[in-house]
Design a protein around this ligand. Structure first.
Ligand code: TLP
Length: 350
């Protein structure tokens, strides 16, 4: 049975609680010491994820942030440079961990509105041979792109960015926290989407509703390094099968239903578009995120967010005028309708 949620929490798809099947799987998980490689459930999750992502191997980590960090640490040496978007989660929201802990310098270029990085700009940012320069080692892209509206990056683009990186001797890392949403939205297999990537981090704890965990996948050699780096950041989790068990359910049962979240996101955007003082383009909501803005003199996103909280709806502001609503497993069509009514009531009042 699916728990009902009160308040209606649209702050993120990270707020979901485990499904009944996940709770059962956790209760009965067969476990061992994963630092010795002896947790059968973790091993099963890693094999399943590697297979779904078309990679040789995978490693289970506690969070998306840890997965991205150990991927960068495994590709780069201190003083190396990585090229990534100025809206990338790795750049904006991970405390600059790659620089702080790995000595890796971020070279940002502008994210295009569709979440991509312009290929010519990437090419122009790759350093040449010169003793003054750092060595460019890595390109990172994000799919779906969170700050760019949850936009999925196409198979063609993913292939092209991988080809460019490899032709210049660089590696490609994909922050695929929501790769599953991209795959469903594009009707492409996750493995196909990341075929040209040297590493990919995917989250189990966002749209797929597992309580904890992410997975990094890549070549056997890369994952060996990533496993060492996981240990040095304190990520050797021992009987982690208890949480990996929920991850297996997430991968086996929770991917296809993301289409429902995407439909609900569109429906929310359509409802919001009809409200005076709200700006949103419902034609531009490809996955589970709805970014919308307040277009009324004297009213800020934080004011709307506070007024909605009083009505039992949680939506976070992302800038002075903009808010982000994220649809997930615990949000029903009825919750979407209630949210539209709440926004409508606040905007009619003020
Ligand atoms: N994103 C969270 C916040 O940190 C902003 C959210 O609510 O969307 N990559 C991407 C693209 C992400 O959106 C996130 C989480 C992460 C990595 C980090 O994952 P965790 O939270 O598991 O460390």
């Amino acid at each position: 049975m699916k728990a009902t949620r009160n308040p209606i929490d649209l702050r993120s798809d990270t707020v979901t609680r485990p499904t009944e099947a996940m709770r059962q799987a956790m209760l009965t998980a067969d476990v061992g010491d994963d630092v010795y490689g002896e947790d059968p459930t973790v091993n099963r999750l890693e094999s399943l994820a590697a297979e779904m992502l078309g990679k040789e191997a995978a490693v289970f980590v506690s969070s998306g942030t840890m997965g991205n960090l150990i991927s960068v640490l495994s590709h780069c040496q201190r003083g190396d440079e990585m090229i990534l978007g100025d809206g990338a989660h790795i750049f904006l929201y991970e405390q600059g961990g790659s620089a702080a802990l790995g000595g890796v310098q971020p070279r940002t270029i502008r994210n295009q509105p569709d979440g991509t990085l312009d290929l010519d700009e990437i090419a122009a940012s790759i350093r040449g041979e010169n003793d003054h320069f750092p060595i460019t080692r890595l390109v990172c892209v994000e799919n779906t792109h969170n700050r760019c509206g949850g936009r999925p990056l196409s198979v063609e683009y993913m292939d092209a960015v991988g080809e460019l990186a490899h032709s210049r001797g660089l590696r490609l890392h994909v922050d695929g926290a929501r790769l599953w949403n991209a795959a469903v939205a594009l009707d492409a297999s996750p493995a196909r989407l990341v075929r040209s990537a040297d590493s990919v981090m995917v989250c189990l704890s966002k749209g797929l509703a597992a309580p904890v965990g992410s997975v990094v996948a890549g070549s056997r050699e890369f994952i060996r390094k990533a496993r060492r780096n996981r240990k040095v950041v304190g990520g050797g989790m021992r009987q982690a099968g208890f949480i990996a068990a929920a991850g297996i359910v997430a991968l086996s049962e929770m991917v296809e239903r993301l289409a429902d979240d995407h439909a609900n996101a569109k429906r929310l955007a359509q409802g919001l578009a009809a409200i005076d003082g709200i700006d949103v383009n419902p034609g531009d909501v490809p996955t589970n995120m709805v970014y919308f803005s307040v277009a009324r003199e004297g009213m800020k996103a934080a004011d709307l967010s506070a007024a909605l909280k009083d009505r039992g709806v949680l939506i976070s502001p992302t800038s002075e005028r903009t808010l982000r609503a994220v649809i997930h497993y615990e949000i029903s069509g009825g919750d979407v309708d209630e949210t539209i009514e709440a926004v409508s009531a606040v905007m009619a009042r003020d």
